[in-house]
Design a protein around this ligand. Structure first.
Ligand code: 3H9
Length: 693
């Protein structure tokens, strides 16, 4: 025995063969891995001295799934099903030895083994749904047979990883073995199977749990109903549910047929293509061409935050969550107390929801120190300013920080709009100035725009990206421009949405189209949520826009019970006759001919204007790559992952079609609108954004 192929090897321990896979980074089931397993199985089965086989992986994880990079390419034998057959039909018991993560095809392979052991830190999951897929190698048929249809429904539609203890309780694994002793323990387990003459247990033959659910369609109906909002627009969750239904109602082979058919359909569809693209985009986004991975970073042991309002407080929570001490500075005692009170309430709500214990609440609160004295920021390694959005105020704060905070510390601003290059002129160390644009609520939203100013140093960028990862954010590095990437593109949409109100559309007409496209809400509902009075000044208001008039009537959004919409006690929106009249008055004054605007026009003008702005952002080098823009819009604005982000969506529509439509709408797009030369060029060349390398 010895090496089977480049990624698989066989070792022998007495009468036990150990088939070991070593294919970094995650032992994905590439053609070589599949071949390695089938050949290794053949060898072990063919050797009369071998009585049982342990399947184990080297490196940081058990098999983490099919090799996603092979999707869409012609299939190479052996298939994953062949691999599974070689294991499941083995006349000798096969034991999966799991560490790290057994995911997707990896767990499906493990489910074909006769027994499974795992270390306590291991996790199991079927995350295919995140790729717009379903487990296509028997996972939907075997999992419910072992854990029951309810638990299976939850696992396949959420894609969540289950920890080893839970997996043991659900019979998904047979035994927990000590950390660091997986191989020896798995061999010992195999010996036990032999000495106790345990049967070759095949999950596919288990019947009890699926039979018990037969004739109970309410299991599925209730599940669909309970998750309707979460699954809205996505195909894969529904297809996963249908497969579990098939597992309950059909014999194994017939269920496999259903799985195969639905898997093939999903794999060929645009949703899965989009979600697979997002998978890689989420990993690309961390890679910065001129800031290599080995760039030195600045140790961050203590964080300072100026401003304990909604933003500052939310930002502070991120750091306390990972055990970093935070000093929060306010100008007034009551504002400080209010800020800390809100943080405590948020934490307590999470504790009540079962996310962590009350003890954790106290631990986190004890890391937060409030003060009115900015001198206490002196020894912080990172200070984030989250004060009022005003250039003079920000510059004054930075000037002060420059005098107070130790050399070598990062000075960050949470501005969402202001020119960070100008802010950096207020300090003598502009290379330490960076933008950390958190999205509200900052303790919840996953996106962080890391804004690189002209003089920001590479270690400051590398540290910010690393820290973002530590606090569980997804960070996109962007450059300085008004609104950066996210809000600049949002603004481009808003211009079109506002214009259409003057041409005959109502706010709810526009919002409905955007909602139906898959975003959580349209531009006007979003305005109501954020507050229409952001940037509004009651002393200088001049009834010059619909929004101003709404504010003047104290319709300042959800918080006042009315904005573009009227809201009931539960904050459910209703189209408002007051708004309708205001819109009609403005439309009449505009002199525009009023017309019925089609849903297609609403969608195209809103979304194509965004795409055009995204192209300009790329031209100007504000974003590194199109997929970074998509990451911003998926994680900061709820763009549906099944449409892959605005730039990916543009590729699916065809850039030629996008340009043609923008030209067709012409003057309607407004005086401010200009077509992006990059977009026009790519369209003329028949290329996609994805072709930009
Ligand atoms: C499936 O199994 C379908 C079957 O049901 C049916 C088939 C018929 N393939 O995430 P990381 C790369 S679908 C190829 O940064 P971590 C990744 O791109 C699959 N490549 O590490 C990255 O490359 P790079 C179901 C993969 O430690 C590198 O590995 N399985 C795959 O933070 C490191 O990744 C899944 O969906 C793959 N399957 O997290 C699991 N996975 O360095 C997907 C990763 O060049 N994977 N890469 O950027 C994960 O969730 C995480 O990677 C994991 C490790 C938790 C395993």
């Amino acid at each position: 025995m010895g090496s089977v192929n480049a990624v698989a090897s066989l070792a022998v321990d007495g009468e036990i063969a150990i088939l070991s896979i070593n294919s970094p980074p995650v032992n994905a089931l590439s053609q070589q891995v599949r071949a390695g397993i089938t050949q290794g199985m053949q060898q072990a089965i063919g050797d009369a001295a071998i009585k049982a086989i342990v399947l184990i992986c080297e490196g940081k994880t058990f098999i983490a799934g099919a090799d996603i990079t092979e999707f869409g390419k012609p299939p190479q034998p052996p298939s994953l099903i062949d691999v599974e057959d070689s294991i499941e039909n083995s006349p000798k018991p096969v034991i999966a030895a799991i560490h790290g993560t057994a995911l997707g095809g990896g767990l499906e392979v493990a489910l074909c083994c006769h027994y499974r052991v795992a270390v306590p830190s291991a996790k199991c999951g079927l995350p295919e749904v995140h790729l717009g897929l379903l487990p296509g190698a028997g996972g939907t048929q075997r999992l419910p047979r072992i854990v029951g249809p309810e638990a299976a429904l939850e696992m396949v539609t959420s894609g969540k990883h289950v920890d080893a203890k839970t997996a043991l309780a659900a019979s998904l694994i047979d035994e927990l073995v000590p950390e660091g002793e997986l191989r020896a323990s798995a061999v010992a387990f195999a010996r036990k199977v032999l000495t106790e003459k345990r049967p070759l247990k095949k999950v596919r033959d288990l019947q009890d749990k699926v039979v018990a659910a037969r004739g109970k369609p309410e299991i599925f109906a209730d599940f669909r109903k309970a998750n309707a909002r979460k699954f809205r627009g996505f195909l894969a969750p529904e297809y996963n549910i249908r497969c579990i239904e098939a597992a309950v109602n059909l014999p194994f082979e017939a269920g496999m047929e259903v799985e195969r058919k639905l898997f093939t359909e999903l794999m060929g569809g645009v949703q899965s293509a989009a979600q697979r693209y997002v998978f890689f985009a989420e990993r690309q986004v961390w890679k910065i061409p001129d800031v290599p991975e080995d760039t030195p970073t600045i140790p961050i042991r203590k964080v300072g935050i100026i401003g304990a309002g909604t933003m500052g407080g939310g930002i502070a929570m991120n750091f306390a969550n990972i055990g970093l001490p935070v000093t929060l500075v306010e100008t007034k005692q009551d504002a400080l107390e209010r800020g800390l009170g809100v943080i405590r309430k948020n934490y307590e709500r999470s504790a009540k929801g079962g996310r962590f214990t009350m003890e954790d609440v106290e631990k986190r609160m004890s890391l937060l120190k409030g003060t009115l004295n900015p001198d206490e920021l002196a020894d912080c390694d990172l200070v984030i300013e989250a004060v009022f959005e005003n250039m003079d105020v920000k510059k004054e704060v930075f000037g002060k920080l420059d005098r107070i905070v130790k050399q070598g510390a990062i000075l960050a601003t949470n501005t969402s709009a202001l020119d960070i290059n100008e802010i950096a002129t207020a300090v003598k160390r502009p290379e330490f100035v960076i933008g950390l644009h958190f999205f509200s609520p900052a303790n919840v939203m996953r996106l962080l725009e890391v804004v690189r100013a002209a003089k920001t140093s590479k270690p400051v960028i590398a540290t910010s990206m690393q820290l973002a990862k530590k606090i569980g954010k997804i960070a996109a590095l962007v450059g300085v421009c008004p609104g950066f990437v996210g809000n600049r593109i949002l603004y481009a949409r808003q211009v079109q949405a506002n214009a259409m109100l003057l041409e005959g559309a109502m706010p709810w007409d526009v919002d409905k189209v955007i909602y139906d496209f898959g975003l959580p809400m349209g531009p006007f509902a979003m305005g109501d949520l954020a507050g229409l009075d952001i940037g509004w000044n009651k002393d200088r208001t001049s009834s010059s826009t619909i929004r101003e008039v709404l504010c003047e009537k104290d319709r300042r959004g959800q918080k006042t019970g009315a904005g573009f919409y009227d809201y009931d006690e539960q904050r459910n929106p209703r189209p408002s006759p007051v708004t309708e009249q205001i819109v009609r008055d403005f439309a009449a004054k505009s002199g525009n001919p009023q017309r019925q605007i089609s849903d297609a026009e609403i969608l195209e003008r809103c979304i194509y204007a965004q795409i055009n702005e995204g192209a300009k952002i790329l031209e100007e080098g504000i974003a590194i790559r199109p997929s970074d823009i998509d990451i911003v819009w998926i994680n900061g604005y709820g763009w549906p992952a099944y449409r892959g982000g605005p730039m990916f969506y543009a590729d699916t529509v065809g850039l030629k079609n996008v340009v043609a439509k923008l030209k067709e709408y012409g003057p309607r797009l407004g005086a401010e609108f200009t077509l992006s030369p990059l977009l026009e060029k790519l369209a003329a060349e028949g290329k996609r954004f994805q072709d930009l390398k």
